[in-house]
Design a protein around this ligand. Structure first.
Ligand code: AMP
Length: 111
C-alpha cells in the first residue's frame, strides 16, 4: 500500500532533501532523534527489509553507500545506521528506510 514516503517521493508532501539519485532519496527526519537524522529510502516501494529479495541486492547495497555518503556530507565521522523491520522492531512507516543518526554520542544497546 501507499505510505507517507510514497507521497514524499511523488512530491505530494514536502521534505528537506539532502541527496537524490535515480534509485533513492535522502531527507531529514521530521522528528530528529539526534543532531543529524536523515532517512534514505528507495524509490521502489519495498515495505520492510524482511520483504526484500535477492533481486534487491544491488539496491540495498546502494542505500548503504548513500547513507555513508550522506553522513560524510553532514560532517559526521562516526554515525549509526538503523533499519527497523516490522512493527515490534519500531517500524511505523512501511516503506523501507535507513536511518542515518549522528552528531551526539550514541548509546548501545538501543531501546
Ligand atoms: P520508523 O519508525 O523506523 O518506521 O521510522 C519512520 C520515521 O519517519 C520516523 O523517525 C518519523 O519521525 C519519520 N517521518 C514520518 N513522517 C515523516 C515526514 N513526513 N517527513 C520526514 N520524516 C518523517
Amino acid at each position: 500500500g501507499d505510505t507517507i514516503f510514497g507521497r514524499i517521493l511523488r512530491g505530494e508532501i514536502p521534505c528537506e532533501a539532502v541527496y537524490s539519485d535515480g534509485l533513492c532519496l535522502a531527507f531529514r527526519d521530521v522528528a530528529p532523534q539526534a543532531p543529524v537524522h536523515v532517512l534514505v529510502i528507495p524509490r521502489q516501494p519495498i515495505a520492510r527489509l524482511a520483504d526484500a529479495g535477492d533481486e534487491d541486492q544491488a539496491l540495498l547495497g546502494h542505500l548503504m553507500l548513500v547513507a555513508a555518503k550522506v553522513a560524510r556530507q553532514e560532517g559526521l565521522e562516526d554515525f549509526r545506521l538503523v533499519v527497523n523491520s516490522g512493527a515490534a522492531a519500531g517500524q511505523t512507516v512501511f516503506h523501507l528506510h535507513v536511518h542515518v543518526l549522528g552528531g551526539r554520542p550514541l548509546a548501545w544497546p538501543p531501546g
